[in-house]
Ligand binder design. Structure first.
Ligand code: ADP
Ligand code: MG
Length: 237
């Protein structure tokens, strides 16, 4: 079953139409990567799913329900969360305060906040050690861990990850993808957009290539990695 289905999506900002007829299917329990160059519309795509872009056509469905017109808060309540590109945490708040804010939207539903925090601290003991430290004092890798953890605080079924490797030291990128894989192995569905095509397609099961706001290719991630167009345009350094 598809957890997320995007059909014929047309979206953008104001008068700027960025995505043209984009259709994407994300299987429940799957790991799907969308790769593409800077400016392709990857961020716009995730924003469209999460209710923060202007939609001009098409539909976004989650568990078969049309969520096209819902607010981000309502979409979170349904079980989707979004980790924006770049530094999305609060630098002037502590790690613990960031995590508590992450859980605001689902407060009172399911597990208690304390139980969720315990889960995060087991996953990332470093965040527990630094829970009283300000977000701004964390390293790049730790900030990304915190950003992902803030999304996990809502216990989402689907996590939208916007270029988590951007701005990270190259030596930390593999470790980050291992953490994402661990989250996936625990049963979360992952939709990631990345300029780091090699890493994203190595970890994902299914891949799409987005260029100029249109889907150019789609296949099993392993097959895309072996496709000439992907090798020549996205893997050549
Ligand atoms: N808030 C905005 N208003 C108008 N145009 C935007 C806005 N954000 C992004 N764009 C434009 O949308 C296009 C796609 O951007 P984006 O989705 O960020 O691409 P990517 O994430 O693949 O780099 C770019 O041409 C960019 O300039
Ligand atoms: Mg982007």
């Amino acid at each position: 079953m598809n957890l997320l289905e995007i059909k014929g999506l047309k979206s953008g900002y104001g008068k700027a139409l960025i995505l043209h007829d984009v259709s994407i299917e994300v299987e429940e329990g799957g790991f799907t990567a969308i790769i593409g160059p800077n400016g392709a519309g990857k961020t716009t795509l995730l924003r469209s799913v999460y209710g923060i872009a202007d939609l001009y056509g098409g539909t976004v469905s989650f568990r078969g329900e049309d969520i096209t017109k819902l607010s981000p808060a309502s979409i979170s309540m349904k079980g989707v969360n979004y980790v924006p590109q770049d530094n999305s945490i609060f630098s002037s708040l502590t790690v613990l305060e960031n995590l508590r804010i992450g859980a605001t939207v689902i407060a009172g539903k399911g597990r208690s906040i304390e139980e969720r925090l315990d889960g995060i601290y087991i996953r990332f003991p470093r965040l527990k050690d630094r829970r009283n430290q300000l977000g701004g004092t964390l390293s790049g890798g730790e900030r990304q861990m915190l950003a992902i953890s803030c999304a996990l605080m809502t216990d989402p079924d689907l996590i939208l990850l916007d270029e988590p490797s951007a701005g990270l030291q190259p030596t930390l990128v593999q470790g980050l993808f291992e953490e994402i894989k661990r989250i996936y192995d625990e049963g979360k569905t992952i939709l990631i957009v990345e300029q780091n095509a090699k890493m994203a397609l190595e970890y994902a099961r299914k891949g799409y290539v987005l260029e100029g706001g249109r889907i150019k290719l789609q296949d099993e991630a392993k097959k895309l990695l072996a496709t000439d167009e992907v090798i020549n345009h996205y893997l050549a350094v």
